[in-house]
Design a protein around this ligand. Structure first.
Ligand code: HPA
Length: 238
């Protein structure tokens, strides 16, 4: 396949940095580009999945939204890795906390994603339910967080296919049996896609709602208040 790909309109690999930050929400991509990047250029608007390239502290980086869910992030990450020369994708998303020690606005660095999803099995025949983030990228992210003085929780997360479940699922099972600190809906597919293309992926999450206490943030807060996680990921610029 040639570029542009079916879902992205950049005409040259030069338009995209080697490292892409990937929020789910296109407006969060816009916010990050406008708030943190020097000379941001919009590189994609197909389906309103906004993408930008600019520099951060003089180093090149791109921010491109993934949309919600594993099929969507699977499409964007595959096209970026396989056709646009992207090496690292850092998902920066929100999550619901399963763990009493993980509070609203806390930041999680995912070491692995556990999922009941068929995504990886369908993509590659993979027959297990856990996929790891790239350890070298995670070490870099953990170092940046420490330098910035931002505390991190590290551990497994749950990548779910269904937001509105009606099957009696008890999240304590995911917490107790699989060690999942929180739930989101994309990391497992991103990690599978990185693996099949031989590239690197990581996932940093900010807690937007707590499934134990039922505290929630507003969508405005979700868009703009997650700056700690963004600052950690932006240090990946090179
Ligand atoms: N479930 C799935 N994904 C999420 C949630 C949730 O409760 N909160 C933020 N992302």
């Amino acid at each position: 396949m040639a570029i542009p790909t079916p879902h992205l309109e950049m005409k040259s690999t030069e338009e995209v940095a080697k490292t892409v930050l990937m929020p789910g929400d296109p407006l969060r991509a816009k916010f990050i580009a406008e708030t943190f990047l020097e000379n941001p250029q919009q590189i994609n608007q197909v389906r309103n999945v906004f993408g930008y390239t600019g520099t951060y502290k003089g180093r090149k980086i791109s921010v491109i939204a993934s949309g919600m869910g594993m099929p969507s992030i699977g499409i964007y990450s595959y096209e970026l890795y396989q056709f646009y020369g992207v090496e690292n994708i850092i998902r920066i998303g929100s999550c619901g906390s399963y763990a009493p020690e993980v509070k609203l606005y806390d930041v999680i660095l995912a070491d692995s994603a556990w999922s009941e999803s068929s995504f990886a099995h369908t993509q590659t025949g993979y027959d297990k339910d856990t996929l790891d983030a790239s350890p070298l990228v995670n070490e870099r992210l953990a170092t940046y967080a420490e330098e910035l003085g931002i505390p991190l929780h590290r551990g497994a997360i749950h990548s779910a296919d269904v937001f509105y479940r009606n099957d009696g699922f008890d999240f304590n099972t995911a917490y107790e049996e699989h060690g999942c600190l929180a739930v989101e809906m994309e990391a497992f597919a991103l990690f599978s896609t990185a693996q099949v293309t031989g590239k690197q992926a990581a996932c940093i999450l900010t807690v937007s709602d707590n499934l134990i206490t039922h505290e929630q943030t507003t969508s405005e807060e979700r868009q703009s208040a997650f700056t700690n996680m963004m600052k950690i990921a932006l240090e990946m610029a090179e």
